[in-house]
Design a protein around this ligand. Sequence first.
Ligand code: IVH
Length: 699
Amino acid sequence: MSAGKNPAARAAELREALQEHNYRYYVLDEPVISDAEYDRLFRELQDLEAERPELATDDSPTRKVGAPPADAFESVAHRVPMLSLENCFDDDELAEFDRRVREGLGTDAVTYAAEPKLDGVAVNLTFRDGVLERGATRGDGVNGEAITANVRTIRNLPLRLRADDPPALIEVRGEVLIPLADFAALNRDLEAAGEKTFVNPRNAAAGSLRQLDSRVTARRPLFLYVYGVGIAEGIDLPRSHLAVMDRLRAWGLPVNEHMRRVEGLAGCRDYYRDMLERRDALGYEIDGCVYKVDDETQREELGFVARAPRWAIAHKFPAEEATTTLREVEFQVGRTGALTPVARLEPVFVGGVTVSNATLHNMDEIERKDVRIGDTVVVRRAGDVIPEIVRALPEKRPRNARRIELPVTCPVCGSEVERPEGEAVARCSGGLVCAAQRKEALKHFVSRRALDIEGLGQRQIEQFVDEGLLTSPVDIFRLADHREALVEREGFGEKSVANLLDSIERSKRTTLDRFLFALGIREVGDTMARDLALHFRGLEPLAEAAREYARERAAARAEEDKPAAIDKRLAGLELRRVPNVGPRVAGQIADFLTESHNLEVIRSLREIGVAWDSPGGDGDHPQPLSGKTFVLTGTLPDWSRDEAKTRIEAAGGRVTSSVSRKTDYVVAGESPGSKRDKAERLKVPVIDQAELEALLAGD
Ligand code: IVH
């Protein structure tokens, strides 16, 4: 306790300070003290209040950790009913809404407030004289349940408004959410504890808010956005919804950063497209957009129908989950031989497309979810992500449902299937004998980040492998010998064959990192390939390091028992000096580059003319971006993302996918995503392509 202060004054000071730090942390995203320092202040206030209970106030930040359990929730009447929204599902229905609004108002153009439709739990928060007095669920819209102790624990909800002259009474409405990442972690914890998991983040938020013991709620990372006002007494609020939202924000209430003013139907449509793109990057679930007439006077003119306002509508995104029947499970063999169970489904419309296949990931997942053939299953397709089976509905299981068995032999080549103890992934042991592995290896070899051969698509590769025209990457460079036969093929012609052969010829001149990536060494992605190329600057030094590693590993294994002791002997070797190369990667590289078949392929590729510059050519290579981290967003005028990434990395920079305080620059092009907004919030410089070019040039 600071000297000379009486306990009451100190408690008030601590409350004030903690409120300020909460606001900076949760609303501004700009904390000024460390977490440890915060905890220290928090504990000081807790101790003080424990010693002198009369000093604890309703708005004390310590009230955010939960109160002892209640028997039941009290029913409360909302002073103003909580309405629902009408839904629309397509452009025509939206146009119809806008037409009705314009007709009702007798104007041509309407200004709307556009907002994400948050997929959480609606709450009503009552502040009296600026202090949170009550939190309630929506209930039936007229009566809800008081969940005050629980809402107090919501991380970004202030218990007191930051207003010098707060309204006598105000009801604020909003939605409580749980971040997607925390939802996944929560379910993992529940499962580990043998408890029932939540079906989706909304249910997790609802379940957390309905805990009778608010100390449980306090451990759930709930957060909130406010989007409306019920009753307001003792204040004249602005007549524009967005201006009201600005006021709430100024009071320290969390208002979603994606709320925007848009003009007319066209503005709503643009907003919808924009949000659909940002959706996956938000980190919490939204299920559409809401458009609200912004002007209060116009709202009053339009009024209500039944229990929804005429001045607002929810424009729903295509549902991301649907139920269907699992007809069969087949096992696909990937580039590294990994067997992936693929579900064949009764076709179902989900996430805006018809889905008839979905991944089941691996056998562990199948066992965990207890999915069986014949089951009714929930399929999820979010954004561009591969559709997956989320869960089965055992209550609908038919009697003849069958368990899914891992095949004993590879469905493609008949080689034995191996599943090392403790690993989720089963693999075909056939290597390049297996046509499936060959196909995938070839697809990888020609892919954009590898040798980038245009005109050799997935279908052609499958055909060529099936016909025996391609068995190894070397054969690609021999396709020119089959020119006549290729021209005759269906779907090919003089011109496309010429283009293909050109592209193949051009691909011979490549870079070491692309070549290493193209080889398809397990655990070596494009970033790792780049690190290896930069470190060794040539294939031979890398191969030498791989041989040394394999040699030492064999010796260590012969002489030591414990994995840790073996690794200790290997940790200092050259191969392990490359950034991010640990025992797993090093082991894979050593295996690959000492395997005679692989060396033979590499030798043949070189013989046939595949060649690379050492990265950056000979001698000193300027690295103007050394140590700098970049994030790319939006479409740049001249460069693709990959191109920009390659250039940044060639200049010594790093490209990562998410913006944090450690990011040095965000490079933004046309229609940037939420990364740009985040950069602005975190005060990370946002630059365009021209500015990036200047940095690359070392200016
Ligand atoms: S405004 C009269 N704005 O959707 C206006 N609601 O279907 C009523 N919701 O119960 C609510 N995001 O739980 C509004 N930006 C948003 C919203 C939103 C989600 C929920 C809310 C409401 C339901 C209505």
